[in-house]
Design a protein around this ligand. Structure first.
Ligand code: FEO
Length: 395
């Protein structure tokens, strides 16, 4: 990525990762990602806000060289995760006079994960300001988006919020600004669903803390800069609002010989007939990111499985465990499926999704290929889901 000036004296110096397809060995990255770092040149001090994934350290160093940066006074570490802090040791080697500014929790994480010496770290306090000359850094602690130490920096003179992972999108693009990139907001929703969704309460609190700031731009650590930040702020309010679910059901399933699939189709049609939106995901061909996005809005999660070795199909068990870990806003859950001669899958799957704050509806399980009685039970389940949504006023 070439160095770009965002506004006078503030440069995007991070790296694009067009080819990366998996993050944390878990999250699919269909559009690659970027590791955004920003250089702010004040009249007296120069600061680097975050770094890049260590695999892209050379690019960051090249960008600093291209800007003729001969001195960095401070490196701000908003977050200890290695995709932003992993290159701090390389930058400290290149600019040995630099001090790393971060909060107490992050300073411990940086010492543990990256072995950054304590002498190179300066702990900042909540709402502390540091003058760079005609520009000022103001640190605002925003814990749990998505680690306990996460924080953001506000530049009051330029009204820019450097938000790190908060509001990010995994998107490699040559466009600097979100308004020029048509899929920024769908990528941001995907990022929210995969990374931020479990921390909705923290997000709501942190959004409140930002309410008093006049924000002209949000510069996150992945994806384009928001030149119209009202849209992403509103999206985050909507996605983190507990009452914001839609009249939709997500069905995750695997079918080996067609029995479970028949049940999924019957339930899907019965829900459609009643006006409930349905998103079925056959897990053997599912992009888990797409599933996570669907879970942002769903009011009901249905888990459907055949029996394998006495329990649920392992891929269903994995997806149920993942869905529960993402802690979506779902209000209702149900288990359906088919078995040959015996299975504990209802208990097993019930345990896996039991941590969700969702009411579990009566399961529907068929011995073998579903008969009329099972199809009728699925119709009853659809009616129950529909009525439960209506009772909660879900539109
Ligand atoms: Fe983009 Fe939590 O690191």
């Amino acid at each position: 990525m070439a160095v770009r000036e965002i506004t006078k004296g503030i440069y995007a110096v991070g790296a694009l990762d067009w080819e990366r397809r998996l993050f944390d060995e878990l999250i699919p990255l269909p559009y690659g990602t970027s590791y955004n770092a920003y250089l702010v040149k004040g009249s007296e001090k120069t600061v680097l806000l975050d770094t890049v994934d260590p695999t892209k350290g050379q690019e960051l160093r090249d960008h600093l060289r291209a800007l003729n940066v001969d001195k960095i006074d401070y490196i701000v570490a908003h977050h200890g995760e290695q995709d932003h802090s992993g290159t701090i040791p390389q930058i400290l080697e290149l600019y040995p006079e630099a001090l790393v500014l971060t909060n107490e929790k992050c300073s411990v994480i940086l010492q543990d994960l990256l072995h950054i010496p304590a002498a190179k770290l300066r702990v900042v306090q909540e709402e502390e300001t540091i003058s760079l000359g005609e520009k000022t850094l103001k640190f605002i602690f925003t814990p749990w988006v998505h680690w306990p130490e996460t924080m953001v920096t506000y530049l009051p003179e330029d009204k820019i919020l450097f938000s790190c992972d908060f509001f990010s999108s995994h998107l490699a693009t040559g466009e600097l600004f979100a308004s020029n990139q048509s899929n920024t907001y769908s990528a941001a929703k995907r990022f929210f669903s995969e990374i931020m969704m479990p921390f909705r309460a923290a997000i709501r609190n942190n959004l409140k803390r930002l309410e008093n700031l006049e924000i002209k731009m949000i510069a996150p650590s992945h994806g384009p800069v928001y030149d119209n930040p009202a849209i992403i702020l509103e999206a985050y309010r909507e996605w983190s609002d507990e009452a914001g679910v839609k009249n939709e059901a997500v069905i995750i399933y695997v079918s080996m010989h067609g029995s479970t699939e028949k049940m999924v189709r019957v339930l899907t049609d019965a829900l459609f007939k009643r006006g409930v939106g349905v998103k079925p995901f056959r897990l053997t061909v599912t992009d888990t990111g797409e599933l996570a996005v669907a879970l942002v809005d769903a009011a009901t999660l249905v888990v459907a499985s055949p029996a394998v070795l006495g329990g649920a199909h392992p891929q269903v068990a994995y997806a149920a465990m993942l869905a529960a870990a993402l802690r979506p806003r779902v209000k209702f859950g149900a288990i359906i499926g088919s078995y040959g001669w015996g299975s504990k899958m209802v208990e097993q799957l019930g345990g896996l999704i039991g941590g969700l704050k969702a009411e579990l509806l009566e399961p529907v399980v068929a011995k073998g290929y579903p008969r009329e009685e099972h199809l009728a039970a699925l119709d009853t389940l659809a009616a129950r889901i529909d009525q439960s949504h209506k009772d909660l006023g879900i539109q």
